[in-house]
Ligand binder design. Structure first.
Ligand code: IMP
Length: 429
């Protein structure tokens, strides 16, 4: 058995939650290593829909250990809401099933106020969950960590100091300042409720690995939203790529054996920033309507377009992808032709086959498409790859060729059963 990272190969919302949920059958432990409640994973099991923002979606499998690593930014209210929901459904009966790293940073109300104020000045289109300001505090060495909300004395000293600056920032942005005492009260109460789940996540995980347990690292957001490798500045504030799985979980990179990139059969993005294959026409609207492309966290309509092979090749490079999982293929049923971008035409007339690292070039890049024949057969009930319509297989195989990575799974609908797995990623060759 081996340890596998799952990452979004596009701009997030690729359907990672469903793939993680499915691959969890082979894993013993599931770990979140970055991001926070900006993520939203919608899972449908036996007709029951669950939306999770922080707790790894592996929690829906009784008995699997779930870890929120040091690299995550934890919104205590959002976390406890999820815990309550899970417990009301008879899940998470044993609190040791979930371990929240004591070193993970905490999102406080002032982070959200700063996030909201900044969006009014320069819109990145954030989720408004306070993610960026919390990571800023972490890097500036003035953050509040989960361990801090468990200790009144330490918390008071840190919050008093931090609030002075945070309130000055909020004031400059025209927001409402945060008062120390209500904040202390809020943080300590939530800290107390989180206490049964808090621990040394790195140590717990290292024991699991030493016992030969299979670990699934669950990435949030997507490669193109990575703070270093994404479409900066229209990105999230953490490293979403696979390399960060080790850092954000407290293990070394040798603990990782394979990396699976999740891609939709087309492309979507929420928030601002370049999206070369975006379709502002009836086709884009059809993709949005059929694919129900509205954000799981904010409900915002997602921008839609054709699949972009340059994006996937880039994701293969920066994540070291060993396999792809393609989701929502069923949405493409009924399109007469299906397009895939294979190159970009740049304003200087040059044609490039690699995703440009220069954001100005990217903004002006015009995709060059290859047309593939569509299919009319509804997808969802097929259980073997060979049962898929010929043109569906042709599409998948052409994408594999363009990206240079094999497709190990395809998803044909929201239900857990509507997936064809061609290869178990935990079985190391
Ligand atoms: P933030 O992570 O809330 O700071 O938002 C920064 C950018 O990342 C915005 O464009 C968001 O729409 C985008 N983003 C953050 N989380 C997700 C996600 O889970 N799926 C898709 N986009 C996301």
């Amino acid at each position: 058995m081996s340890n596998v990272v799952i990452v979004g190969a596009q701009w997030g919302d690729e359907g990672k939650g469903k793939v993680v949920d499915l691959f969890t059958s082979w894993a013993d432990v599931v770990v979140r290593y970055q991001g926070g409640a900006n993520a939203g994973h919608t899972l449908v099991v036996g007709g029951v829909k669950t939306v999770l923002h922080l707790v790894p979606s592996g929690i829906l499998h009784p008995g699997k250990k779930c870890i929120i690593g040091n690299g995550v930014v934890v919104d205590p209210e959002a976390l406890l809401e999820e815990i309550d929901l899970l417990r009301s459904r008879g899940l998470l009966a044993d609190p040791t099933q979930l371990v929240v790293s004591e070193n993970a940073h905490v999102i406080l109300p002032y982070h959200k106020r700063i996030d909201a104020g900044r969006e009014k000045q320069k819109a990145i289109g954030t989720t408004g969950r306070g993610i960026g300001p919390c990571y800023e505090d972490k890097v500036a060495r003035r953050g509040i960590r989960v361990r801090d909300v468990l200790k009144e004395g330490a918390l008071r000293t840190k919050l008093e100091e931090r609030l002075r600056e945070a309130n000055a920032q909020i004031k400059a942005l025209g927001g409402e300042k945060c008062e120390l005492e209500p904040l202390m009260d809020w943080a300590l109460k939530l800290g107390e409720r989180m206490r049964p789940y808090v621990g040394d996540a790195s140590e717990v995980l290292s024991h699991e690995v030493a016992k030969g347990r299979a670990v699934l690292f669950e990435g949030a957001q997507g490669t193109l939203l990575d703070i270093d490798h994404g479409t900066y500045p229209y990105v999230t504030s953490s490293n979403t790529v696979a390399g960060n799985a080790a850092v954000g979980a407290g293990l070394g990179p040798t603990a990782i054996h394979s990396v699976i990139g999740i891609t939709k059969a087309y492309t979507t993005r929420v928030g601002n920033g370049p999206l070369p294959t975006e379709l502002n026409d009836a086709t884009g609207e059809k993709l949005r309507a059929v694919g129900a492309e509205y954000g799981a966290t904010t409900g915002r309509p997602r921008r839609c377009g054709w699949l972009d092979a340059l994006v996937l090749r880039y994701a293969a490079r920066v994540n070291g992808l060993s396999g792809l999982a393609m989701t929502k293929l069923d949405v493409l049923t009924g399109f007469e032709k299906i397009l895939v971008a294979t190159a970009y035409k740049l304003p200087n007339g040059k044609t490039v086959g690699e995703f440009p690292s220069d954001p100005e070039l990217l903004e002006q890049a015009k995709p060059i498409y290859e047309e593939l024949p569509g299919w009319k057969e509804p997808l969802g009930n097929q259980r073997e790859y060979q049962e898929l319509p010929e043109n569906t297989r042709r599409y998948i195989e052409r994408v594999e060729q363009l990206v240079g990575v094999e497709t190990i799974a395809v998803s044909l609908g929201a239900e857990r059963a509507q997936t064809i797995v061609r290869k178990n990623p935990f079985r190391h060759p």
